[in-house]
Design a protein around this ligand. Structure first.
Ligand SMILES: [Zn+2]
Length: 433
């Protein structure tokens, strides 16, 4: 339980303007501030923020309240979680009462691990900006091979793990414990008892939580270009974390749509051309938890069934297969799914390399397709080539259509898919039943 006096302290310091502005750009109007309402599809700024009353309210959908209520509604979290978010924002320590010694110890340990992960990110970032041959080589690689700009490198806190047992030694000398290094999966002890950096000589990309704390890393070996991720730990669960969400949150809100891609490199490439409402599942299949996070984060345009996600996966056999699996999962969750097919064999990272924002934006706009129509179209091509697969293909389409939770939406797709497949709605419905 949180000490009531601490809750009061948080209520006293949290100002509505600062809290709302983390999510909604505001403009001054008289003594108040206005912005577009994050709770409904708002074309005019209908959302009023009154610093004097420490209160916000939408004059169209009536949503609003004090800073705590705003966070609860906006982040879809409970009271206690909102208090924790505010405590963090304002640097207020929350004293948890009635925790068992064990719980307290576990919390403290996790806090130490987070501190170490944040320290490590900072350490690697300093390695990269240092004046050394290793740093020069890494910078050349980032800027010339990957064509990343300095502002992108800074934005994501990209760093360098030096060769040898460098960061392990630095962490230990900083007072972090050896088992902590092991617990977040960045170091190990070799047979002769020496510490070994598991990601030595790699570019290090920090993985942030939604509130901006570093909890894991993606590491790219400069020589092999292979990207690895640090393992799950007591502070990081890859099944409920999306890379880039911390940076993308605001833009997902303002664009009312989220792009979904595969790797941190895709995200960096997208950022370079001004596409910021984008997250990656980092080599994982999208889990139900991932989908719930996306549903919470993307504002619905009108109804709950109207959350917009666009998949941009690598255009290889493997990438398309992954995109199709992901698309099917999202359709089943009632999300409006779209897909952009990149040019053959390109990933978003490779495609954006050296291109300007307009060129990429135009491509994405021109090539964005409704996922269900795209899926049907692909099967249609298979049928044209191999008519013996027709039955199987119709079953596939039927399965996808059956999974659409909204019956009105489902009916509309039955109509459009039947016409795409040049069969009657009745014969398609047979496959659905
Ligand atoms: Zn509203």
């Amino acid at each position: 339980m949180i000490d009531p006096s601490v809750i009061q302290k948080i209520k006293d310091v949290a100002t509505i303007r600062e809290v709302v502005e983390d999510y909604v750009p505001l403009q001054k109007r008289g003594v108040n501030y206005v912005g577009k309402c994050p709770f409904h599809d708002d074309n005019h700024p209908s959302f009023y923020v009154s610093p004097a009353r420490n209160y916000c309210k939408c004059f169209v959908c009536q949503e609003g309240g004090d800073p705590i209520r705003f966070l609860m509604k906006h982040e879809n979290i409970g009271f206690i979680d909102a208090i924790h978010l505010l405590a963090k924002k304002y640097g207020i320590e929350i004293e948890e009462k009635q925790l068992s010694d064990e719980e307290r110890k576990a919390m403290q340990e996790n806090e130490n691990l987070r501190n170490m992960a944040n320290w490590l990110a900072q350490h690697c970032s300093e390695n990269l900006s240092a004046d050394s041959d290793e740093a020069d080589k890494a910078k050349m690689y980032l800027m010339q091979q990957l064509r990343l700009r300095q502002d992108t490198i800074n934005q994501f806190g990209i760093g360098l793990a030096l060769k040898g047992a460098s960061y392990s030694a630095a962490a230990l000398s900083k007072g972090y414990k050896s088992e902590q290094l092991q617990r977040i999966g960045i170091s190990r002890v070799d047979e002769s008892g020496n510490w070994e950096d598991l990601y030595a000589g790699s570019i290090i990309i920090p993985f942030h939580t939604v509130s901006g704390s570093v909890v894991a890393f993606a590491a790219m070996n400069i020589e092999s270009e292979e990207v690895k991720y640090t393992p799950d730990s007591s502070i990081f669960n890859s099944w409920n974390s999306l890379f880039g969400l911390y940076h993308a949150k605001r833009d997902i809100l303002s664009n009312k749509k989220c792009l979904l891609t595969e790797s941190p490199l895709d995200i960096l490439g997208a950022w370079q051309v001004g596409i910021k409402n984008i997250v990656a599942s980092c080599g994982k299949e999208l889990s139900d938890q991932h989908i719930n996070i996306l549903k919470r984060t993307i504002p619905a345009k009108s109804s709950a069934e109207d959350r917009h996600i666009t998949l941009i996966y690598e255009n290889t056999q493997e990438g398309i297969k992954k995109a199709q699996n992901t698309g099917r999962n999202l359709v089943r969750s009632g999300i409006s799914v779209h897909i952009v097919e990149l040019p053959k064999n390109e990933s978003l990272a490779s495609y954006t390399k050296g291109k300007n924002a307009e060129e990429v934006q135009n491509y994405l706009t021109e090539h964005e397709k409704d996922f269900i129509n795209y899926y049907t179209e692909r099967l249609n091509k298979v049928i044209a080539l191999k008519p013996q697969f027709k039955e199987k293909a119709l079953e596939e389409v039927g399965k996808l259509l059956t999974s659409i939770p909204d019956l009105i939406v489902r009916d509309a797709y039955i109509k459009s898919c039947a016409s795409q497949l040049k069969i009657s709605q009745d014969s398609l419905t047979k496959f659905i039943n």
